[in-house]
Ligand binder design. Structure first.
Ligand code: ATP
Ligand code: MG
Ligand code: MG
Length: 378
């Protein structure tokens, strides 16, 4: 049978493997960690660094097509694979998503609005930026995630201090936006440029980390339509191949601004595993294999509740196992655990997908699952 490959062995790689295997493919994973979540379900685990030439060549030799599961993979590794194999997304597309400045420029060039912002590469840039950017958020241009590498700044003085505290690495300063709520849209675009988008999910964060993502059809249709068409425009503008997620801010005045994108399946798209006929991971495999894109419409109101490592520790800080039987006793639930070798606080260990007949029943089930796990009601 044919093989598909993935750079990176985290939970996204694991769920990709499972979706590709369900279509009859064998999967090779490249990741240096012997106990990574994807390595243990892959048909072959190539233990090598993400930029190891011999490992990459082994992956290319084995597989008809290759993808990545994390956005900080070296773009040059994807470029090397692309010399001999179908590689989605391209190194160039991933490089754009790795740099908030390049990303914002591409988003705007695609005709999609973003928050007012300025590039901050020196203290002089802080002095020169417009007053309208305060209060704002200073974000490192590279390597930030889960709210790391960003500081809220009320004034120019605070921005100067924050820039120094971030050791003067290239940053972007964004004006703080009056958010009503946040949504994201997953797009799948194939090698011929055909594209589909999923219904948006509404995202709630706790301590900077996605906690709950709800796709219950409650996003007003004009907002949902705008976000889906913006996400598709962006994918087209990048000539993107593969699965792409775009995060949006919905402002109190109703405007929809793009925040950032992820060049891969996204945590907020996990609801598609159970809430849609074809998941974001299956779309990724289909695109790589040259198969038709699948149906994206929502079957039923669905939600994804993240399971962070904190749940694996009791009040005395002893390691424990959460009450899975209690979770699964709530109707409409499915458990997805990543089999990580070690639980750590704030580490994504798994998620629960929850379905309901309607938005009210879904809400009630989310509350019941949260209560079983001892989570604050989201
Ligand atoms: P992720 O884990 O999603 O990759 P990240 O670290 O890349 O997160 P962002 O998505 O840029 O960071 O920002 C994290 C959160 O901070 C956003 O989801 C939003 O709640 C808030 N935020 C970011 N930028 C702004 C802004 N300009 N105005 C208001 N809130 C913002
Ligand atoms: Mg991000
Ligand atoms: Mg984000």
């Amino acid at each position: 049978g044919a093989w598909l490959g993935v750079l990176g062995g985290g939970q996204l790689g694991r769920m990709f493997c499972q979706a590709a295997q369900a279509l009859g493919y064998r999967v090779a994973v490249l990741d240096p960690d012997a106990t990574c979540p994807a390595g243990m379900v892959a048909d072959e685990h190539i233990r090598a660094a993400y930029d190891d030439a011999a490992g990459l060549d082994r992956l290319a030799q084995r597989c008809a097509a290759v993808t990545t599961e994390f956005e900080n993979v070296p773009a040059d590794s994807l470029r090397r694979l692309a010399q001999s194999r179908i590689t989605t997304p391209s190194g160039d597309a991933v490089a754009v998503a790795q740099d908030r400045l390049a990303e914002k420029a591409y988003i705007q060039a695609a005709g999609v609005p973003v928050a007012p912002h300025a590039a901050i590469q020196s203290a002089a840039d802080v002095d020169a930026c417009p007053d309208a950017l305060f209060p704002g958020i200073l974000k490192t241009a590279r390597l930030g995630y889960d709210g790391k590498g960003q500081v809220r700044v009320a004034s120019r003085g605070e921005a100067n201090e924050a820039f120094q505290a971030l050791h003067g690495v290239p940053c972007v300063l964004e004006a703080l936006q009056p958010l009503d709520y946040e949504i994201s849209v997953v797009v799948a675009r194939d090698l011929q440029g055909r594209a589909v988008s999923y219904p948006p999910s509404r995202n709630a964060h706790r301590d900077g980390i996605l906690a709950l993502s709800v796709a219950d059809g409650s996003v007003p249709s004009d907002v949902a339509g705008q976000a889906r068409s913006h996400a598709l425009s962006l994918a087209r503008h990048l000539d993107y191949h593969g699965v792409l997620c775009v995060e949006f801010f919905v402002l109190r005045d109703g405007r929809v601004l793009a925040n950032e994108m992820a060049p891969r399946p996204h945590n907020s798209g996990h609801y598609t595993q159970d809430g849609c006929l074809v998941s974001q991971f299956e779309q990724q495999a289909r695109i790589m294999a040259g198969l038709p894109l699948g149906d994206t419409e929502s079957l039923r109101p669905a939600a994804m509740l993240n399971l962070l490592g904190d749940l694996w520790f009791d009040a005395q800080d002893r390691q424990c196992e959460p009450d899975w039987a209690g979770v699964l006793a709530v109707p409409g639930t499915r458990l997805h655990l990543y089999a990580k070798s070690q639980a750590r606080r704030a580490r994504k260990m798994g998620h629960v997908n929850i379905l309901g007949a309607d938005a009210a029943q879904l809400r009630e089930r989310i509350a019941r699952v949260s209560a079983v796990l001892g989570l604050p009601d989201a």
